[in-house]
Ligand binder design. Sequence first.
Ligand code: ZN
Length: 317
Amino acid sequence: MKTIDFHCDTMLRIFESSRGAGLKENDFQVDIEKLQRGQILAQFFALFFELDVVREKKKSPFDHTLEMLERFEEELRKNAKDIALAQRWEDLVKNEKEKKISAFLTIEEGEAIEGSLDKLAFFHKKGVRLITLTWNFENQIGFPNTQYKNQDRGLKPFGKDVIEGMNHLGMLIDVSHLSDRGFWDVAELSKKPFIASHSNARSVKSHPRNLSDEMLKALGNGGGVTGLNFAHYFLSSDGISKIEPMLKHMRHIINAAGIEALVFGTDFDGISGELEIENIGEIQGLIEAMEKGGFSAKEIEHITHKNGLRIIEEVLG
Ligand SMILES: [Zn+2]
């Protein structure tokens, strides 16, 4: 079954690899060979960085992100017969016809734009089509949801400008990692559906990174989606990433937000520990488990690719 994954951190692994690892074949959880084995139609690649680390090195977050982006472009050039950048729905359709995987470019840490709408427009021009507004640090856009302590702190004035700017440019606004109040600000302000690219259901596994039932409902009502995260700490208290709780989260998200509101956001190469689905190449194993677990063919189609295609078309054009 063709499948879309809305989040992985593979580009950071490649960028930081001292052994010159590339996208074609590597020891990480995502590479081209694994993407092909997993029947991946489109993979969203995050340019992710830890703000405190970049600041410690006295580097500009913008420059750092641009460096990673250039590395990403180099990997695409090297692997042009297998994978190609997609910036809109039409690109994805074209890539599929040419039997190429679509790569969508995202930024995970809104400080990459350093409080500047011009820099937002710059990254859009470079092909970035989704921004995760915060990671686990406060930035000029808003506050993270690492613990519940920032729960009541909403978007900053610049954050509100970013919502308007991203709506205008046609970019996916990603609320994974954002504070609860920030989530509600986005829900109120965004004129387009928005996304939680890698977040699960809080009432199945209590964790501030997961979404409450009210949030799931609001997300679904607005035409948005949430991506099932494979990290064990967002799934259960088992200490292992298992299929069974994945099915439980999926059922719950469908019940709370609707069948159109669920996609995959594996978080591969951002997660570690023991995993039943060890890498993107094994994702069809999850889909088989969904079939056995009572998900209908129609539901599986929605979750694996139809919902993703719809929101890509609706927001990115
Ligand atoms: Zn993340």
